[in-house]
Design a protein around this ligand. Structure first.
Ligand SMILES: CC(C)(COP(=O)(O)OP(=O)(O)OC[C@H]1O[C@@H](n2cnc3c(N)ncnc32)[C@H](O)[C@@H]1OP(=O)(O)O)[C@@H](O)C(=O)NCCC(=O)NCCS
Length: 200
C-alpha cells in the first residue's frame, strides 16, 4: 500500500506520543523535562506551533516526527525536533524546519534560534546543512549536566531559504505520490500566523 506523509498541526491527543519520542530521541540520559503536560501546554499556547508528521495509507497511521517552536517578539525559538529513527534521513527534518521557517516569516519573525546538545554531532550536521550558525556555548544548559550549543538562522538572507516544495502538506515517502495532496501550507500559515495590520 502506498505510504504518504503529511505535516499538520499536532493535536492535543498527540502530547503523550511527542513527549515519549522526545525522551527517547532528544533527552536520553537526562531527566525527562518534555513531559506530556509540558507538550500539552505548548499545544494550547497561542504563540507556540507544534507540528506532526504522520504516515497515511497504512493500516496503522503513525506519528513519525514532530517539532515545537515558540514565537517571541523578534525571535522564534525552536524548542524540539525529532524524527523517529526508522524515518530519519528521508527529508522529514528538513521539511519540518522549512515549515517552521515559513511560519516565522509569515508571522514577521526573521530569526530562528535553538539549542542543541553539544554532544549531538548528527543534529549539528543537520542544522549546519540547513544554514544555522553557531553563536555560543551554554554551559550545563541541560539539567545542570550537559552543555548546549546555541545556533541561529537569519531568515532575511535569500540564501537562507533553501526550502523544499511546500505547496501541499502531503508528500510521498518514496513509494507513490498522493494525488489528493494536503492542506495548502500557505493558506494554513496565513490563517494561523499572519500578524494583524496595525489599526489606523
Ligand atoms: C537531527 C534530525 C532531526 C534530522 O532529521 P532527518 O529527517 O533525519 O534529517 P533530513 O533527512 O531532513 O536531513 C537533512 C540533511 O541533514 C544532514 N543530516 C541528517 N542526518 C544526518 C546524519 N545522520 N549524518 C550526516 N548528516 C546528516 C544531511 O546533510 C541531510 O541531507 P541529505 O540527506 O540530503 O544528505 C534527526 O536525526 C533526529 O530526530 N535526531 C534525534 C533528535 C535530535 O537530535 N533532534 C535535534 C535536536 S532537538
Amino acid at each position: 500500500m502506498p505510504v504518504t506523509l503529511q505535516i499538520t498541526r499536532a493535536l492535543p491527543a498527540d502530547a503523550q506520543v511527542i513527549a515519549e519520542m522526545s525522551r527517547r530521541l532528544v533527552e536520553f540520559g537526562l531527566p525527562w523535562t518534555w513531559t506530556p503536560a509540558r507538550v500539552a501546554r505548548h499545544l494550547q499556547h497561542p504563540q507556540s506551533l507544534v507540528l506532526a508528521v504522520r504516515t497515511n495509507g497504512t493500516s496503522n497511521p503513525m506519528l513519525v516526527a514532530f517539532a515545537i517552536m515558540h514565537f517571541g517578539d523578534d525571535i522564534a525559538h525552536l524548542n524540539l525536533l525529532g524524527v523517529d529513527s526508522r524515518w530519519q534521513r528521508r527529508g522529514l527534518g528538513r521539511r519540518l524546519v522549512a515549515w517552521l521557517e515559513k511560519s516565522a516569516l509569515t508571522a514577521g519573525t526573521f530569526s530562528l534560534c535553538l539549542e542543541v546538545r553539544a554532544r549531538n554531532p548528527v543534529a549539528l550536521l543537520f542544522y549546519r546543512e540547513l544554514g544555522f550558525t553557531e553563536t555560543g556555548r551554554v554551559p550545563r544548559y541541560y539539567s545542570g549536566r550537559e552543555d548546549a550549543l546555541r545556533l541561529m538562522k537569519d531568515l532575511r538572507h535569500p540564501l537562507a531559504r533553501s526550502w523544499p516544495e511546500l505547496e501541499t502538506g502531503a508528500w510521498s515517502a518514496g513509494v507513490d505520490p498522493d494525488p489528493a495532496g494536503g492542506p495548502s501550507a500557505a493558506e494554513w500559515l496565513a490563517s494561523h500566523f499572519k500578524k494583524q495590520e496595525p489599526q489606523r
